[in-house]
Design a protein around this ligand. Structure first.
Ligand SMILES: Cc1ncc(COP(=O)(O)O)c(CNc2cc3ccccc3n(O)c2=O)c1O
Length: 425
């Protein structure tokens, strides 16, 4: 793969931070090294000395004095070594990427820890998106990423999708516009990137089938696109076997995958991880060096202690219990939707994630219904227009999350929603 054509001028100009290089040299050196190089604070001055964290399975994570000094200190920008190696093993085990055995220039699988997948995505966009670029995606989509993309001055091109996600034929038709000169803005550069949320998509709850992923991957090969696979709901798939990822079929080294621990272990720990070709991940690490420097070492140590204590089997056992919880929550929401919204709205059953995408009948835009009428009855959803590329474009949809409320609260909330819908039409 020729990655240079994908990289922005800003990213190409990033150089290794000398200070961060010294930190990493020190971290790799024997303890006997006397370092007067780094501006690291003396950890003996830190007030936090040890931690004992109770885990739901009755075990405990212990962080003793020495480990606490390390956990509270600066660490490597890519991530702490023991967490990186655990996550590398997980990705090889779950996705078996062809790139795991490639040379770096061929796109060898590489990984870095990020402060949530949101940070990873924002740095991927900074690395790949120039003003005027055309970015392919299936809208409606996660508003947090549109908020990151739009200020970069790119054109977001919507690829028609249905309940199985992006329609491959539609992707081909959009791409052919540049070949026939009928693109929305024929002067715009030919698309380089396809962004998609393959499982339990936010906000629609749709999941791409394996067949579609294979077709889409082939189209990406034909048109030399990179695929950004934003997959925080991968572990919240309600059926097994889990649908294979784009990373698992990436023979070219053209997939950048973002994973997140937010939906299965903790959103407040702010731990995500990027998996992709080494030349691209290395550029992201250069950016981390001059922004966050690294994800919280304490968060990484706490997570790493748990994962090493659980092992991959223990982690996947926990993930299964979380997915089962959300499957039951989904079923509770579907039952209440059936009970209160039949005849007033339409929806599809999501096979993953935590969202129900509901189309309200007889209303062209749900913003006032949700933000005024429903909110006045103390129930809150997200109006569909928040997920449109043009946020001013009306939407008859609402996004309902079944992650936090109890089944009883979900039932009460949808009953109140039905009430305000009836009052409005
Ligand atoms: C598709 C997709 N990609 C990336 C992320 C970021 O997750 P991270 O790993 O935690 O950084 C997300 C998180 N989505 C949301 C987050 C959120 C946070 C506070 C309040 C509301 C929020 N709502 O509504 C969300 O949808 C996502 O859905």
């Amino acid at each position: 793969m020729n990655y240079s054509r994908f990289i922005t001028a800003v990213s190409a100009a990033r150089k290794v931070s000398k200070i961060r290089e010294l930190t990493e040299l020190t971290l790799r050196s024997p303890k006997s090294l006397i370092s007067m190089a780094g501006g690291s604070p003396n950890p003996n001055t830190f007030p936090f000395k040890t931690a004992s964290i109770k885990i739901g399975d009755g075990t405990t994570i212990t962080i003793g004095e020495d480990l606490m000094k390390r956990a509270l200190q600066y660490s490597a920008s890519r991530g702490i070594p023991e967490l990186l190696s655990w996550l590398n093993d997980l990705q090889k085990s779950l996705h078996n990427p062809p790139t795991a055995s490639y040379s770096p220039e061929k796109g060898k699988m590489s990984l870095c820890v990020t402060t949530g997948s949101q940070e990873g995505l924002s740095k991927v966009f900074d690395m790949l998106v120039n003003p005027g670029d055309s970015i392919l995606l299936d809208a409606p989509t996660y508003s947090g990423n549109m908020a990151a993309l739009l200020p970069l001055g790119c054109n977001l091109i919507n690829i028609p999708s249905d309940r199985d996600g992006i329609i491959p034929q539609a992707l081909k038709e959009v791409l052919s516009r540049w070949r026939t000169g009928t693109a929305a803005n024929p002067n715009s550069t030919f698309p380089k990137l396809l962004y998609t949320i393959p499982n339990g998509s936010n906000p629609t709850g749709t999941s791409l089938t394996m067949e579609r992923k294979r077709e889409i991957y082939q189209i990406a090969r034909d048109y030399d696109l990179l695929i950004i696979e934003d997959d925080p709901y991968y572990f919240l798939q309600f059926q097994k076997p889990w649908t294979p990822s784009f990373l698992s079929m990436d023979v070219d080294g053209r997939v950048i995958r973002t994973d997140s621990m937010s939906k299965v272990l903790s959103s407040g720990l702010r731990i995500g991880f990027l998996t992709g070709p080494e030349p691209l991940i290395d550029r992201i690490v250069l950016h981390i060096q001059t922004s966050t420097m690294h994800t919280s070492t304490f968060s990484q140590v706490m997570l790493s202690q748990l994962l090493h204590q659980w092992g991959e089997g223990g982690f996947l056992k926990h993930v299964d219990s979380v997915a089962e919880f959300y499957r039951k929550q989904r079923n509770a929401m579907l039952a209440s939707a059936e009970k209160w919204l039949t005849g007033l709205a339409d929806w599809h059953c999501p096979n993953a994630g935590m969202f129900l995408w509901i189309k309200i009948h007889g209303i062209s835009d749900t913003h006032q219904l949700i933000m005024e009428k429903a909110f006045k009855k103390e129930v809150l959803f997200v109006p569909g227009k928040a997920f449109n590329i043009e946020s001013s474009e009306p939407s008859p949809y609402i996004r309902a999350s079944f992650s936090v409320p109890s089944p009883e609260q979900i039932d009460q909330g949808l009953r109140l929603l039905a009430m305000v819908i009836k009052e409005s039409i």
